[in-house]
Design a protein around this ligand. Structure first.
Ligand code: BGC
Length: 796
């Protein structure tokens, strides 16, 4: 770490300026310290760029859970490189990804942004994506440090986590990110941990992160999470975001002058920021690469085949009914700061039609809608774009902009003297009949449709979360007569005190009144050889800013699946959800394919997996529960969330598990022939424990090339088995391979009161993976000890 004095030639006030953002998405340059201005962007599933109001198309990857579902570190590293390359292309130096919080409970609103319920899988996938991002010369950020598994009251709640649970589960992925991933940045969370705000927790940010783990990068506050001056600065936050206001600035200078904070602390923070700045300087921008194929591969490799009676892969079918809300509107991503604007993609029906050829007829019927608000206004409805005029109080025009998209977030610089903003456009509504126009936002609006007099209304500002106006805005609906183009003017009175200003337009075309969409869908299924029902959730159900209340599929989707499967013997369900939902009809259908929020390659990947052009390569990174009974709660009680379940959640928890961690079928069959293990005497990163290597011999006994994931669980006397190692393998039919699975020393240790201790005694390892019975191995504490039990179940 830089010692006092390195930056002492720079006036204190100037040094302090560099420690708070210059704005929401940039740091302030400090030339004298060799620190350039750094551009930040959110990034778990794509690079949005430094603004919520972006007009630019991004590249949208599958959600984090879908990436982890590949159980494939080298593929995930390629996802990271893609993110890094995208960031460089967009001029971004510092990406706010990955999220390393755990799937403690599927009610968590940001569950879809996290990798897994399992700390080991989260660690390995996290390290892989960090290395990938940073290899492109872009700094990654391990977030949110730590205990940020809920959204309800997220700015305030206190996560009460005992030390062993904290170390073994919640801190473990961050430790791996620092020690093995070499991550440049860590984001301090909004919440408190055991009574201390995460941004003010010196034990976490300095003693553990820097002292024990040797972190040399920068700690950035989550946006608005630093709320004090000395406490956050002393604890170890290096950069307060967003800026330019905030608790530091002059107050930080005063704290030093008043002797409350050593001046050395300021210089340490500058040194930490230098680490981030050096990354970009040291690595040239990688060349651009066509990402389309990779995006389809990433999506398909994460898709999990939960059930299949042989209907998949789809052989030729004359008539296919493609049903469900996702049949017309596939949900590609969840809501919140992780959102990017994906390039337009082709619908699932067209992708399927391409693969099945002209002799297959495909009827598409959504059956039911699950949106709370109207669908976003398609760009094709505003071919001339939208004219945005900022007006001053005296009616003069301060600025005019032309935008392409009907969801406008005024996140970029706006004229400081604007009194109102007027959004004018010509809507292309060729269909005769009554269209619905939705106006969403917060604050006081007026809307003029064609020549009708303007209507004024106020949209209430939801106040449960700072992001609420953005992720759950109020909507005002107006009926608009179609059959021609219609001019509209929507005016928002500018409230300088409001945190968010948005004008977000939605639209619904006239619907036939005499026909029920649900019945139409069931009729289509009755007349089809195969029904494919795409059910799931949307960004209105899974988002940053709120947790879920229910794990049932929203709306009438369960009824739809049941009604379709009652009339079509070959019903395939595709689940298009970022996080677990309950599947009460699972035994009434022929196959269930879990597609997550698959990103912009998603429709193609689903079509290819259904058709068998690709095998769904995923294994569950998190349990799908059978019921909500026994799941940990996301709701604070008296301001606290007790992590009292310790490790007993997900697959290891008391709630009935429908499909466990690691479950996933493929299109071939596997036999586990033998497994053996040996100790590796090399110690872990912290000098504690020894590792081991498992070697598993597996054979592809099916008729096509497929993927198998060897999974190694550790059985102990006092806990349910936990994952300690895994390795994917792809083999052609009839081929056999010996798969090496490294078990890192970190996976074979326990936290005891005040430190790590290597596990002693013979270790009982269960070596398996779906389709293979577990092969137990007792690994003696010293030397090389192997056991090679033959497979007892050749049918596996
Ligand atoms: C989120 C972070 C995000 C930041 C900037 C916060 O609300 O918790 O994950 O990086 O906003 O968008």
């Amino acid at each position: 770490m830089t010692t006092t004095g390195t930056f002492s030639h720079i006036p204190l006030a100037r040094r302090a300026t560099a420690l708070t953002g210059a704005d929401g998405w940039r740091t302030a340059a400090l030339d004298a310290a060799g620190l350039p201005a750094l551009a930040l962007s959110d990034g778990p599933s794509g690079v949005r760029g430094g603004s919520f109001g972006t007009e630019a198309d991004g590249t949208l990857l599958p959600n984090a859970t879908a990436l982890a579902a590949s159980w494939d570190e080298s593929l995930v590293a390629r996802a990271g490189m893609l993110l890094g390359r995208e960031a460089r292309r967009a001029g971004i130096d510092w990406l706010l990804a990955p999220v390393l919080n755990l799937h403690r409970t599927p009610f968590g609103g940001r569950h879809f942004e996290c990798f897994s319920e399992d700390p080991h899988l989260t660690s390995e996938i996290g390290v892989a994506i960090i290395r990938g991002i940073q290899s492109a010369g872009v700094s990654a950020t391990a977030k949110h440090f730590v205990g940020n598994e809920s959204e309800t009251g997220r700015l305030e709640y206190d996560a009460r986590i005992d030390e062993r649970t904290l170390r073994e589960l919640y801190l473990a992925p961050f430790e791996a990110a620092v020690r093995r991933g070499g991550v440049d940045a860590v984001m301090a969370a909004y919440n408190s941990v055991n009574g201390t705000r995460a941004t003010e927790d010196r034990r976490l940010l300095t003693d553990i992160l820097r002292g024990e783990w040797g972190f040399r990068g920068a700690v950035v506050s989550d946006w608005g999470a630093a709320r004090t001056t000395t406490a956050t600065a002393e604890a170890g936050v290096d950069l307060v975001m967003p800026g330019p206001d905030g608790p530091w600035g002059d107050a930080l200078v005063d704290a030093v002058r008043d002797g409350l904070l050593p001046e050395r602390v300021i210089d340490e923070k500058l040194a930490a920021l230098t680490t981030v700045a050096r990354r970009r300087e040291a690595i040239p921008a990688p060349s651009d690469e066509d990402a389309d194929e990779l995006l389809v591969t990433l999506a398909a490799e994460g898709m999990v085949l939960l059930e299949n009676d042989g209907v998949l892969p789809l052989a030729h079918a004359d008539r296919i009914a493609l049903i469900g809300p996702g049949a017309t509107d596939l949900t590609l991503q969840g809501g919140g700061s992780a959102r990017v604007r994906p390039v337009p993609t082709r619908p699932l029906g067209s992708e399927l039609a391409d693969l099945l050829g002209p002799s297959t007829s495909i009827v598409v019927e959504p059956g039911t809608s699950i949106r709370r608000t109207l669908a976003p206004l398609a760009d094709a409805r505003v071919p001339g774009g939208l004219r945005v005029t900022f007006e001053r109080a005296d009616g003069t025009v301060a600025e005019v902009r032309t935008l392409r998209h009907g969801d406008i977030v005024f996140d970029d610089a706006v004229p400081s003297d604007a009194a109102l903003v007027r959004v004018s456009t010509r809507l292309h509504l060729p269909e005769p009949g009554v269209h619905q126009l939705g106006i969403r936002g917060n604050g006081r609006f007026s809307a003029r449709i064609a020549d009708a007099p303007a209507e004024t209304f106020t949209l209430p500002v939801p106040d449960r979360d700072p992001l609420s106006p953005l992720v759950e805005p109020a909507e005002h609906r107006v009926a608009v007569h179609g059959g021609a183009d219609v001019d509209i003017d929507v005016t928002l009175l500018w409230d300088p005190a409001a945190e968010w200003h948005l004008v977000d337009l939605g639209h619904a075309a006239p619907a036939p009144e005499d026909d029920d969409p649900f019945d139409r869908a069931v009729r289509a299924a009755a007349g089809a050889d195969v029904a494919i029902v795409v059910v799931g959730t949307t960004a209105e159900h899974e988002s940053e800013g709120f947790d879920r209340d229910s794990l049932s599929l929203p709306g009438r989707q369960d009824d739809l699946v049941r009604a379709v499967s009652a009339v079509c013997a070959r019903t395939v369900v595709v689940v298009n959800a970022g996080s677990p939902v309950l599947l009460p009809w699972w035994d009434q259908v022929s196959a269930v394919l879990w597609a997550w929020f698959p990103g912009q390659g998603g429709a193609r990947a689903i079509a290819e997996c259904l058709r068998g052009v690709r095998e769904p390569g995923g294994r569950l990174p998190t349990a799908i529960p059978r019921t909500i009974d026994g799941l940990p709660s996301v709701r604070p009680i008296d301001g606290m969330i007790q992590y009292a379940e310790r490790e007993r959640f997900g697959t290891r928890g008391p709630a009935a598990v429908h499909y466990p961690l690691g479950h996933g079928l493929g299109y071939t069959a596997w036999r586990a022939l033998a497994a053996s293990a040996r100790r590796d005497e090399s110690a872990g990163d912290d000098g504690v424990g020894v590792g081991a290597t498992v070697e598993a011999i597996v054979r592809n006994t099916g008729a096509r090339t497929g993927k198998h994931v060897v999974q190694v669980f550790l059985e102990t006397a006092d806990e349910a088995p936990r994952l300690v190692g895994f390795a994917p393998v792809v083999l052609p039919p009839c081929a056999e391979a010996t798969v090496s699975v490294p078990l890192r020393p970190e996976a074979l240790r326990r936290w005891h009161h005040d430190g790590w201790r290597a596990l002693t005694g013979p270790l009982r390892l269960l070596v398996g993976g779906h389709g293979a019975p577990p092969l137990p191995i007792d690994l003696a504490p010293a030397g090389i000890q192997t056991a090679v039990p033959p497979s007892t179940d050749p049918s596996a």
